[in-house]
Design a protein around this ligand. Structure first.
Ligand code: GRF
Length: 201
């Protein structure tokens, strides 16, 4: 399956997905990396890995709908099967979401439905939860609320800072994102009544 990854920054999740795709028998290949930020570190990583990249500034298109339509055209042109959001710091329009329904994933750095939105590590520390983590989910038009595919939990330690906690979570993000994408690409996921089930066997 052909996968496009949308990023806005560092691109460490994207890099983990590229690494996983280099393993034999991986059911997907990353054929496009798109960014709305021109100097996103992830674009350089993708170029060095020999992957086609595209960039379109989100400013100056006369609104979110017009911009998303242009991004959609870029993705359609690339004939992708699956779109993966990996630190893509944009809220996408309902039209964008419905074009990729059941074929667009996101990773969120918290155990959803807790801590949707931004600053998840800070809020987890402040709230006193003992476990924090990350979630891979299908993208729906409601922010961070699509059907959950998989999650990983990490403990919160007494001396944790936002950075130390983020680092522990990020390591798990890299692992579960590649797993979830492989499951989707290999048709091992069933989306039914807004819930995700894993095929047996
Ligand atoms: C990750 O923590 C991801 O969960 C969040 O944004 C961060 C992106 O990091 N949505 P990277 O660009 O993949 O390194």
């Amino acid at each position: 399956k052909k996968v496009g990854v949308l990023i806005s920054g560092r691109g460490s999740n994207m890099e983990a997905l590229i690494e996983a795709s280099n393993r034999p028998d991986c059911p997907y290949e990353i054929t496009l990396v798109f960014s709305n930020i021109e100097d996103a570190q992830g674009l350089k990583i993708a170029e060095e890995a020999g992957i086609k990249t595209a960039f379109l500034d989100h400013r100056g298109h006369g609104g979110r709908a017009a911009y998303d339509q242009k991004v959609l055209a870029i993705l359609q042109e690339a004939k992708l099967d699956i779109v993966v959001l990996a630190g893509y710091m944009r809220i996408v329009t309902p039209e964008f979401v419905s074009a990729w329904e059941g074929r667009m994933l996101n990773i969120h750095p918290a155990l959803l439905p807790s801590f949707t939105g931004l600053d998840t590590h800070k809020r987890a520390l402040e709230s006193g939860v003992r476990w924090h983590g990350c979630t891979v989910h299908f993208v729906t038009s409601e922010l961070d609320a699509g059907p959950i595919i998989t999650q990983a939990a990490v403990p919160v330690y007494e001396d944790d800072t936002e950075d130390s906690l983020a680092k522990r979570v990020l390591k798990e993000e890299h692992r579960i994102y590649a797993e979830a994408l492989e499951d989707l690409a290999a048709d091992r996921l069933i989306l039914k009544d807004n819930r995700v089930f894993h095929k047996k066997g």
